[in-house]
Write a protein of this length. Structure first.
Length: 376
């Protein structure tokens, strides 16, 4: 057998989208054929049906489909009246899009550290970061967990800030029985293909229980217009297309089952890694029902371990290698190494292992065996 054949046989990808696509393909093909017959490519019935279904799935009143997750956060901020001169508090351990959205509306991102156990925004740090300019707090439901939003609520109430959740990695997660994305005034989510609920391209949504906020998001996402050629405000073009909506609708029907498969895979990793020295396993917070968008462990010599895993055909990765406050894009804010030690230490140690609904027990055993070898 050739070396290439061996590599194909033994490789375990970080994410496997093909298995999901095989499940939904017949349903998607039928729906797409109707879309192309009707030539209803932007908005229309397919998008409206998905918006209603996803709002119901999450447990809120309104879902507004938009172009992507970054736009969703930006539009949520704009709909809340947040802009130039305002400050928005968010965690240093997140994807850059959370902070980008804040900058794009002209506000100042104010980073804070994360808790050492779950790497989620630290409510104590949030309280210490509040100033007279604080207008919003943006908890990030990272890795499929739900942040401790109930601990942020009294802080937000005291300073008059709105809570806008970044729920891009937590579709179907809950905290004390309430859905991630329904805990603040608004939330933004991403349907990037690799998410628990992923489109066949870029897409996103804003969620809220406030009809007026939903209307403002819809207005800003469509060139500031409710009626063609009548523009009430300066908006932008960020609308979900029907092709993405039909893919998302088909996957949404299976999402609860896929999330349960992720939980079962996470439980297997927990057992398989129990006797592996040098590995810190992720722990689900009390009150949470996580959906394990990522399975993130912590190890020493992370970069070397990652390289050895990849060499062995294991598609491990890093989410994320640099805390946002230390990226060049935000250097003008004046943060420096040592400002947020928990997030900075985690960035040197975190390692994402392959996890997806269709991962097999044999694949997970292979991942753990390769990890053992890399740690020796």
């Amino acid at each position: 057998m050739s070396n290439n054949s061996m590599k194909t046989k033994t490789s375990v990808p970080l994410v496997d989208l093909k298995s999901q696509q095989l499940e939904v393909q017949p349903q998607v093909n039928s729906a797409l054929a109707q879309i192309f017959r009707d030539t209803a490519f932007i908005g229309g019935a397919a998008v409206q049906e998905f918006e209603v279904a996803y709002a119901d799935f999450v447990g809120t009143s309104h879902c507004v489909g938009v172009g992507n997750g970054t736009d969703a956060l930006e539009l949520a901020l704009r709909a809340s009246g947040i802009g130039a001169g305002d400050e928005v508090i968010l965690p240093a351990n997140t994807f850059v899009a959370t902070a980008e959205a804040v900058s794009l509306v002209g506000s100042r991102p104010v980073f804070v550290d994360v808790d050492p156990h779950h790497l989620l925004i630290d409510p104590v740090a949030v309280a210490a970061a509040v100033t007279g300019k604080t207008r919003a707090i943006m908890p990030v439901h990272l890795y499929g967990q739900t942040a401790f939003v109930e601990q942020l609520e009294p802080i937000a109430a005291k300073c008059g800030a709105v809570i806008i959740e970044d729920a891009a990695q937590a579709q179907g997660a809950t905290r004390h029985g309430r859905g991630a994305g329904t805990l603040g005034q608004l939330s933004g989510t991403s349907f990037y293909p690799g998410k628990n609920l992923g489109a066949a391209g870029d897409a996103g949504a804003v969620l809220t229980s406030d009809a007026q906020l939903a209307e403002r998001v819809r207005l800003f996402s469509a060139h500031g217009s409710k009626v063609k050629y009548v523009h009430e405000a300066i908006g932008r073009n960020s609308r979900m297309d029907a092709v993405q909506a039909v893919v998302l609708s088909a996957k949404l029907e299976r999402l609860a089952g896929w999330n349960q498969m992720r939980r079962e895979a996470a439980a297997r990793y927990w057992q398989l890694l129990a006797e592996v020295p040098g590995v810190v396993r992720p722990v689900q917070a009390i009150g949470n029902e996580d959906v394990w968008h990522l399975y993130v462990i912590q190890v020493e010599e992370r970069d070397r371990v990652l390289a050895e895993l990849n060499k062995a055909g294991i598609g491990a990765g890093i989410h994320y290698p640099y805390p946002v406050h230390l990226t060049e894009a935000f250097s003008d804010l004046g943060y420096k190494p040592g400002d947020f030690p928990v997030a900075e230490r985690a960035a040197r140690r975190i390692l994402s292992l392959p996890l997806y609904p269709h991962i097999t027990e044999e694949q997970q055993e292979r991942v753990v065996e390769a990890l053992k070898q890399a740690l020796r």
